[in-house]
Design a protein around this ligand. Structure first.
Ligand code: CDP
Ligand code: MG
Length: 700
């Protein structure tokens, strides 16, 4: 044989041949286990091929015959899209054909779809319509070790479904770390959990023969329920380096470390873990600026961001090989910790923090806060450097601080607002929440607070039963319960078209106004003011949307001149249409007024309805949903929420940032540094709180 393999030249550089992935040699065994047992737990290093290969193996082995679908769930939307695009490419189809993805408000699947990537939350939602998830022959719960809120709830629901479909449904749980036994034990039936009698039983010759063959051995751990399979991918050693003294500003330290590596260490790409978009944008910019001062003949650095909210094209850059003589530096959120594998990384820089949700049941406020990572996370992050050869990991913290980190991260179910989850479980017919099989039980304070909120919203009655139609409809709408309530009360305030727009706009999570470079910041602020409405941010959003559909959509120049994000606003149009379809399915007519198409100058809307102006109607309607997010402005300009304690600041992007107000309701809370900001804030009257949420304010 020639030592030059011609066919190798024809493998596109992007594709490492799938047959070389560690998972390839486990293919037969994997398929055998999946065929034989209801539950298979797959443990393996990141990058071994679990997410991209298993669904393809299953499809080829016939699990999609008779029109069934293979579902692969992801805790993050970005991961679902990125991975679907990759698998479609490997299969050689367009995304949305044989391979597709489905995330909230974006369904890229068709009747041809056989492999479907979706968020765990969305699969739960599908169970509302198809309680046994009967379209699926195999459901793979990916990244289960991350223990996202929806993953945990999904596992409980799947356990119930499996009891009803023991013969035709297969469940695969993939996990990057060793929580495998916990997952398997969770699915085991009572009989499998019974300790086996230790008395030696008499065996016939026949039984001995069948035992020595490779048939299922029921007294192995997992009994008849399932098995654990490990794909021990090869890992190279990673040198871990710590700081001697803590870093004051880890973003700056990360940037310095990048240049240290770049100037002193051999070739190889760098992966930097930061906590969020703002930090990442700052770091990317700092690298670009300082790179210009490097020696002109030096190798170049190419900083790239990776976080949710980037466009698909932008996300794809991180997978492309860097041009010659260029070192890629990827600044990423936790996405790159396990969900996404980037080849060619030799250096990892770990800031030691991650943004985590934390819900305080006393104040009813959920924040996303930068929190120290766990040891498990730190190990996982370091491992990203040792995939192709020995690498290095720079921890931007001291060794003693590493030792003081918690072993694992607290599962989300123990630190989240559970109202959306309880509403969904109730809608699935699971009334006794206390008896639901949770992998880890949520603290009762969280459960009580959630039930209290759902009751005040009118979704549950005094027996904690779902109300009809309000409760069932709230569960079906793809927005959180508070916004769902607003949508459903909007007809009685004659402002449904407006609330639909507000619901769509707030689903975008910011980035409606954009600037491309610092010089445009001023222009952006001017634009923001142009759309501002005295009443607050919600009506401002409405003004922006109106302007977009009347002018911006047709004249791209208009968006540019007004610093509007064309892509985000187009998404709002699509989300709005989807929400409208939900309402129409409930038989609710959305009477679009002419104001949305004949108001070219995006004037604020002082149209009057029944004596009250439209603005007031909208603000009252918002209060019916967001009463639990009420706050009062203090003389110093900060806010206090109703429960007292928490000091809240109006977000710099909010109209209330430096204006006077009395009482307000807000959509969400964001935490930056050590300040808690409220975003999307609207003025209300104190009296409305008692008018629309008497129970809630009686309870307080
Ligand atoms: O799920 P797991 O971490 O086990 O691995 P995977 O995501 O299936 O990735 C298998 C291989 O595909 C890795 O070597 C990745 O580098 C590659 N891959 C890629 O190049 N681009 C993607 N968008 C996804 C995976
Ligand atoms: Mg994976």
């Amino acid at each position: 044989m020639a030592d030059f393999d011609l066919s190798a030249n024809f493998i596109p550089s992007l594709h490492k041949p799938a047959s070389l992935l560690p998972i390839a040699k486990h293919r037969q065994n994997l398929l055998y286990l999946i065929e034989t047992y209801p539950v298979t737990i797959v443990v393996g290093q990141t990058g071994s091929g679990k997410t991209t290969q298993i669904p393809q193996y299953l499809e080829q082995a016939g699990w999609c015959s008779d029109g069934k679908i293979i579902a692969v769930t992801q805790p993050r939307r970005v991961a679902a899209t990125i991975v679907a695009i990759r698998v479609a490419e490997e299969v050689g189809c367009e995304v949305g054909k044989e391979v597709g993805y489905s995330i909230r408000f974006e369904d890229v699947t068709s009747s041809a779809t056989r492999i479907k990537f979706l968020t765990d939350g969305l699969l739960l939602r599908e169970a509302l319509v198809d309680p046994l998830l009967s379209r699926y022959s195999v459901i793979m719960v990916d990244e289960a070790h991350e223990r996202s809120l929806s993953t945990d709830v999904l596992l409980g629901v799947l356990k119930k479904i499996l009891k009803r479909r023991p013969n035709d449904l297969r469940i695969i749980i993939s996990s990057a770390t060793l929580q495998a036994e916990d997952f398997l034990r969770f699915f085991m039936n009572d009989e499998d959990l019974q300790p086996k009698s230790s008395k030696p039983k008499e065996v016939s010759l026949d039984e001995l023969i069948s035992e020595s063959s490779s048939g299922p051995q029921d007294d192995a751990f997992g009994g008849k329920t399932g098995r654990i399979i490990s794909l021990e991918g090869r890992m190279y050693p990673v040198d871990v380096l710590y700081l001697e003294t803590p870093a004051e500003d880890y973003v700056e330290k990360a940037v310095q470390t990048v240049f240290d590596i770049h100037t002193k260490e051999p070739d190889g790409d760098i992966l930097v873990f930061l906590t969020g978009r703002e930090e990442i944008d700052t770091a990317v910019q700092a690298i670009s600026e300082r790179a210009a001062t490097l020696h002109p003949r030096a190798q170049t650095v190419m900083p790239l961001p990776l976080y949710a909210g980037l466009s698909t094209e932008q996300q794809m850059y991180v997978f492309e090989e860097a041009p010659e003589n260029t070192r890629k530096v990827i600044f990423s959120t936790n996405i790159a910790e396990a969900s996404i594998t980037i080849d060619g990384i030799l250096y990892v820089i770990d800031c030691g923090f991650v943004k985590l949700r934390a819900y305080n049941p006393l104040t009813g406020i959920e924040t996303l806060t930068a929190t120290p990572i766990s040891k498990a996370s730190a190990t996982q992050r370091a491992g990203r450097a040792g995939r192709t050869k020995p690498g290095k990991c720079y921890r931007l913290y001291t060794e003693p601080s590493y030792h003081s980190l918690p072993t694992t991260t607290v599962p989300e179910i123990q630190r989240s607002n559970l109202a959306p989850v309880i509403l969904q479980l109730k809608a699935l017919g699971i009334d006794n929440i206390a008896r639901f099989p949770f992998l880890t039980s949520p603290p009762s304070a969280l459960l009580i607070r959630a039930l209290e909120l759902l009751f005040s919203l009118g979704a549950l009655d005094t027996y904690a039963k779902l109300t009809t139609p309000l409760g069932t409809r709230m569960a079906e709408l793809a927005v959180e319960p508070m916004m769902a309530k607003c949508l459903l009360s909007a007809p009685s305030f004659a402002c449904l078209p407006e609330i639909l727009t507000i619901a769509a706009m707030t689903s975008l999570g910011g980035n409606i106004f954009i600037h491309h470079h610092d010089g445009e910041k001023k222009k952006m602020e001017t634009a923001r003011r142009k759309f501002a409405a005295e009443e607050g941010d919600h009506i401002t959003l409405l003004n922006v949307y109106q302007a977009f559909i009347t002018r911006g959509r047709k004249e791209p120049k208009f968006c540019h001149e007004n610093s509007l994000n064309f892509k985000a606003l187009s998404r709002a149009v699509s989300i709005r249409a989807q929400l409208k379809r939900y309402l129409e399915r409930f038989g609710i007519v959305v009477a679009e007024t002419l104001s949305s198409s004949s108001n070219p100058n995006h004037q604020p809307l002082p149209l009057t309805v029944g004596g009250r102006d439209k603005g007031e109607q909208i603000r009252r309607c918002l209060t019916t949903g967001f009463f639990a997010h009420a706050a009062k402005m203090q003389p110093d300009g900060t806010f206090r929420n109703v429960a007292g304690g928490t000091v809240l600041y109006a977000h710099p992007t909010s109209l209330m940032f430096n204006r006077k107000a009395d009482w307000v309701v807000f959509h969400e809370v964001v935490e930056t540094g050590n300040k808690t900001f409220i975003r999307d804030v609207t003025r209300i009257e104190k009296g409305w709180l008692v008018e629309y949420a008497p129970e809630f304010y009686k309870i307080r």
